[in-house]
Design a protein around this ligand. Structure first.
Ligand SMILES: [Zn+2]
Length: 161
């Protein structure tokens, strides 16, 4: 009964607004309202998960740059190493090969440029744009690719690589 007599809107900044539907006086304090509202909302809106990324092991020898723990990075993002490699080589306008868990790029590159690009990869191909969780998978339908969120179920279109 109590749950049906008012409506609560929680704003992103943490404030709350409530509307009594039957015009009664308010009997709950802010904390109680917040607790009630949170209990009624799906868990996904309450917290954002973090993703643990291993530190990139970048080594440049001559005109080649190697990320020796590339497989580990791909595993942390739960993506196909080849998909990440395709993104990186396109953005960096170079060629690369994936071999024995390492990625070898043609050219000299610094680790911060890889980190910056991986952040963009994460934003475009890993993190759900709706709930901001990284628990997603890429699904192909015909010639289109979608990011499907395991947490909130959202399906978002992504750019084809
Ligand atoms: Zn989601």
């Amino acid at each position: 009964m109590e749950n049906t007599c008012f409506q609560i809107i929680i704003f992103k900044y943490g404030g709350a607004q409530w509307v009594w539907l039957d015009g009664r006086d308010m009997t709950y304090n802010y904390e109680d309202l917040l607790k009630k509202a949170c209990a009624q909302m799906p868990e996904v809106s309450a917290k954002h998960e973090r993703l643990e990324m291993p530190r990139l092991m970048v080594n440049t020898v001559g005109m080649r740059t190697t990320i020796s723990n590339f497989k580990e990075v791909a595993d942390a993002l739960d993506r196909d190493p080849q998909h990440i490699l395709k993104f990186l080589t396109r953005e960096m306008a170079t060629a690369a090969t994936f071999q024995d868990s390492r990625a070898i790029f043609q050219g000299k590159f610094r680790s911060d440029s890889f980190e910056r690009l991986l952040q963009r990869y994460l934003d475009s191909y890993v993190v759900c744009p709706i709930c901001k969780r990284p628990d997603t998978r890429i699904v192909k339908e015909k010639r289109l690719s979608f990011l499907v969120c395991n947490a909130c179920g959202a399906k978002s279109s992504i750019k084809q690589l």
